[in-house]
Write a protein that binds this ligand. Structure first.
Ligand code: 5AD
Ligand code: SF4
Length: 479
């Protein structure tokens, strides 16, 4: 077992990660170490990102840090000098994918002795993963945790200079770092972190352990970032957090996500989104603000996880089927035309057929616009991992299939209602076919459309919807 680390490395520890006392984490401004700036000019990196938008956005910071070190980006790992995996722990398959990639890199490293391989992100926060890397993957050059990202330049430099495996993983949340450089994926839509971590400790979920407890960014730092994005011509921002609804609770007496959304909406950026929302913290004030401003997109991700109050209790979700439905209907009532999407887990330990039927029943009531559906995956160290689970995997797979049939039916039904309507679409790209473009509507629907005049990515255009499909809409631009 690991303690809190030795002189040369810091190792992860779930016991520490679980500690929820109000630690005074520091807010610090990042400065790049001038001594190593551009030190690796001429070298290349390949960065593979697994998992959620939070990881995608972290990778935008990581890329910028690597570029400041002098590395340039390549899209093929076999030709890179440095390969970094930004990993996800949420379900076992994400885990397996990263280990599969490590297997391929092991072979590559046998041919290319100088190859530098690193692992970061949520898996790095798991003591069992780090234990395995120390034991069986001694050739991995460095590992750093989600709280150690700002140390990346020095960790890499040390791994190369000393030619010794570096492990830097803090389990108590580290400092809240402002001023990290960012290399954004595109020039018209951007992620903006507003809160890190999660305090909810849903019994199946590993996130509170890998991402630490809730820490909000100062509102002035967020507003400054948004102001800059607007000045740079960005059209859409997505406010990010594991649970954005808890924004501000750790910092302010009376400044919440509703206030932040309102302040940003007044700044006149065309599109504002936010994700993810836990139903527990969804206030009337938030709903009112979402309904009030045209530039807050009428699209809410509201994970329900299960339609059975008994299972919700075992999941530690803090709401019942009834209170969820009350919130759901309130949002539908106050925000005209809102689309609501969700996450659902089937096969949670102890879920019986009648619980599952309640989930189907809830889906029939909510008729979601989109749903991400999963089979429960045991995550080591979480309370649900210890619960008795007598349902065979085959039965869980059948439940997932039955659930998917029902959710898909409603995706199509909702999309059909949009035939003949005109929707504003933020153009994201040109498809291979001539005159074909694609983008997302205000309600976050994928729209493929034709246009005779040339359109640039990042433009918002009106599209007349002709045909609805299950996962997308087809249309033509309104001239
Ligand atoms: N097993 C299956 N699904 C999970 N999720 C989180 N943890 C697990 C798990 N252990 C799902 C939840 C969450 C989404 C991001 O991933 O539905 O909302
Ligand atoms: Fe995980 Fe629950 Fe937190 Fe979401 S709210 S990140 S499911 S613990």
């Amino acid at each position: 077992m690991f303690g809190s680390g030795s002189d040369s490395m810091h190792l992860p520890d779930y016991k520490e990660a679980r500690t929820r006392d109000r630690r005074n984490y520091k807010r610090v401004h990042f400065n790049f170490d001038k001594n190593i700036k551009d030190k690796y000019r001429g070298k290349t990196f390949y960065l593979k990102t697994y998992g959620c938008q939070m990881n995608e956005h972290d990778s935008e910071n990581i890329e910028a840090l690597l570029i400041q070190l002098g590395f340039s980006k390549v899209d093929d790992y076999s030709i890179a000098d440095l390969v970094l995996l930004n990993t996800c722990s949420i379900r076992e398959n994400a885990h397996n994918k990263a280990f599969g990639m490590l297997g391929r890199l092991k072979h590559l490293k046998q041919e290319k002795k100088d190859l530098i391989v690193g692992l970061c992100g949520c898996m790095a926060q798991e003591s069992s993963v780090v234990e395995e890397i120390l034991r069986d993957y001694k050739w991995v050059n460095f590992v750093f945790g989600t709280h150690n990202m700002y140390q990346l330049p020095n960790i890499i430099d040390k791994a190369i200079e000393e030619n010794k495996q570096q492990i830097e993983v803090y389990s108590r949340e580290g400092d809240l770092v402002e001023g990290l450089p960012v290399n954004r994926v595109n020039s018209y839509k951007a992620y903006v972190n507003i809160i890190y971590g999660c305090n909810k400790f849903c019994t199946y979920c590993v996130v509170p352990y890998t991402r630490g407890r809730e820490r909000s960014r100062e509102k002035d730092d967020i507003l400054k970032e948004v102001r800059q994005l607007i000045a740079d011509g960005y059209k859409e921002i997505t406010l990010l957090g594991q649970n954005v609804n808890a924004y501000g609770k750790d910092l302010y007496e009376d400044y919440t996500l509703a206030n932040l959304l309102e302040d940003i909406a007044k700044m006149k950026i065309p599109r504002i989104r936010f994700t993810t929302s836990h139903p527990w913290d969804f206030t009337d004030h938030m709903i009112e603000v979402i309904g009030k401003y045209d530039n807050i997109m009428p699209s809410v991700h509201l994970p329900v996880q299960s339609g059975s109050s008994r299972i919700l209790k075992l999941m530690g979700r803090r709401y019942t089927k009834e209170s969820y439905l009350e919130l759901f209907h309130k949002i539908k009532r106050v925000v005209p035309g809102v689309s609501i999407s969700t996450d659902i887990i089937v096969g949670f330990p102890g879920e019986e057929e009648h619980d599952f039927l309640e989930t189907l029943d809830l889906v029939h009531t909510c008729k979601y616009d989109n749903a991400f559906t999963f089979i429960f995956s045991k995550r080591e160290g979480t309370p649900a991992c210890k619960l008795e689970d007598h349902t065979p995997l085959k039965e869980k797979e059948e439940r997932l299939q039955r659930l998917n049939e029902v959710v898909n039916q409603y995706f199509l039904e909702n999309n059909k209602k949009l035939e003949g309507k005109i929707l504003p679409v933020l153009v994201e790209g040109v498809s291979d076919k001539k005159n074909m473009y694609y983008g997302y509507s205000d309600t976050n629907k994928l729209v493929n459309f034709t246009s005779n005049k040339e359109i640039n990515t990042g433009e918002i255009v009106d599209v007349s919807i002709i045909t609805a499909k299950t996962w997308s809409l087809d249309g033509e631009v309104v001239e």
